[in-house]
Design a protein around this ligand. Structure first.
Ligand code: KG4
Ligand code: ZN
Length: 401
């Protein structure tokens, strides 16, 4: 049965967006009101709920897609309820779901039985909230995890007859970096985004909002992945990024002597690509057969952070020069790293004062649903965005271009 929402379009000037993010190990739901058109709108966060699966994945030393999927299915309805309550949009009242709608919902959730078990009682005990648009991450990310969010969005859209727009997670990271909590910054193009997360490392040329060209990317591991894997070799828990950062800060503070020199992969490769698997291997060799003292661990962590930062900064500056960039935007979970933030801020302030540098609020660096609301809003009136929720697919390797 088709979902009957294809002819609904969101209102023009002001809308409330329900956003859903399940691409990796955070289950996030937000309610954001947008006043005006993108990129000049004013945004108000009405409700925000986020469940981090980190404690569950820590036991396994990493994120397993099927575990992530199960946890999303278990927590999405409670997160929706929490966000709606916070936004004062939760109306607890018996609500009969028509047979046809029920059939559609069951059909959509055919592969999400845990979600169906939680969602149908919720829908039959709450009336349709006053929201205008649903925005859901459909990629990139872990496909089983993404599907839970997409199917959840489709089921809600069918039940409430609300249009749904699919959002690119990486565009979300870009927008969250230029978001000051109320507005999207009025940036000067061309801009360059350095996207650094657990699954991505790329340099994206932005000629205008929505006009993206990836000019460089990692040929193997993402930088966050290198942080996580190197941390593991140093005996640090998952996720390794914040752990390495903490140890490296300690080494800088007490001036531990250098223990090893690590490579700066592809520093002078002449293109904008990256490679981090060799760096990770170098960490393995450096620490094998070594009794890891606190000092050695911290010293290796500092050297690793220095190597990563040097490569990221060098490549970003080369791209700034080559493309006449006016604005640099750093996004993705690794942009929470203090050393990377400080190194970029200091370098740009001293050597590129004419280039504006944007770093995300640390609270918005890692995955969240607010960035998905912004991305959905950017595409709400985009004619090429399918309004028909049944066509939305989770795409694990979704590209920006
Ligand atoms: O963007 P994100 O939350 O999820 C993905 O889309 O991948 O990024 C998660 C990554 C993980 O690899 C994590 O270790 C890394 O971001 N990360 C950090 C820091 N905080 C998170 N890496 C370095 N330093 C940090 N402070
Ligand atoms: Zn992310």
């Amino acid at each position: 049965m088709r979902e009957r929402i294809s002819n609904l379009t969101p209102p023009k000037t002001s809308m409330i967006i329900l956003s859903i993010e399940t691409s990796c190990d955070e289950t996030a739901v937000s309610l954001v009101s947008a006043n005006g058109d993108f990129p000049h709108a004013t945004y108000t966060l009405l409700g925000n709920a986020l469940f981090s699966q980190i404690d569950i994945h820590r036991e396994y030393g990493g994120v397993f897609p099927m575990v992530a999927k199960r946890e999303h299915a278990r927590t999405l309805v409670p997160m929706l309820e929490k966000a709606l309550r916070e936004a004062k949009l939760l109306v607890n009242e018996a609500h009969a779901i028509g047979d046809e709608t029920l059939g559609t919902i069951k059909n959509i959730l055919a592969r999400e039985s845990d979600l169906e078990t939680a969602l149908i009682p919720f829908l039959s005990s709450h009336t349709r909230p006053q929201i205008d648009l649903i925005s859901v991450t459909h990629g990139p990310g872990l496909e089983p995890a993404l599907w839970v969010g997409v199917n959840f969005a489709r089921a809600l859209a069918a039940s409430w007859e609300i249009p749904v727009v699919s959002a690119n997670h990486m565009e979300g990271h870009i927008l969250s970096s230029v978001f000051d909590g109320t507005k999207i910054a009025d940036i000067t193009f061309p801009a360059l985004a350095l996207l650094i997360s657990g699954g991505h490392t790329e340099l994206v040329l932005i000629e205008n909002w929505g006009v993206y060209t990836t000019i460089g990317e990692t040929r193997d591991d993402a930088v966050g992945e290198a942080f996580d894997k190197s941390a593991r070799m140093l005996g640090l828990p998952y996720p390794g990024g914040p752990e390495i950062s903490r140890c490296a800060a300690h080494a800088r503070e007490i001036h531990t002597p250098p223990f090893v020199h690590l490579p700066r992969p592809m520093l002078n490769s002449g293109d904008f690509d990256f490679s981090f698997s060799g760096l990770k291997t170098a960490v393995r060799y450096a620490v094998q057969n070594v009794e890891l003292t606190e000092n050695i661990r911290s010293s290796v962590a500092r050297e690793f952070e220095d190597a990563v930062t040097e490569v990221l900064l060098h490549k970003t500056l080369a791209a700034v020069d080559a493309h006449g960039i006016h604005t640099v935007i750093i996004g993705g979970g690794v942009s929470a790293n203090t050393h990377i933030r400080n190194s970029f801020s200091n370098h740009f302030r001293e050597h590129y004062p004419e280039v504006s540098l944007y770093l995300p609020d640390p609270k918005l660096s890692t995955d969240n649903a607010i960035m998905i609301a912004l991305t959905g809003h950017a595409h709400a009136h985009d004619a090429s965005t399918p309004n028909d929720a049944s066509t939305i697919r989770a795409i694990g390797n979704l590209h920006l271009t």
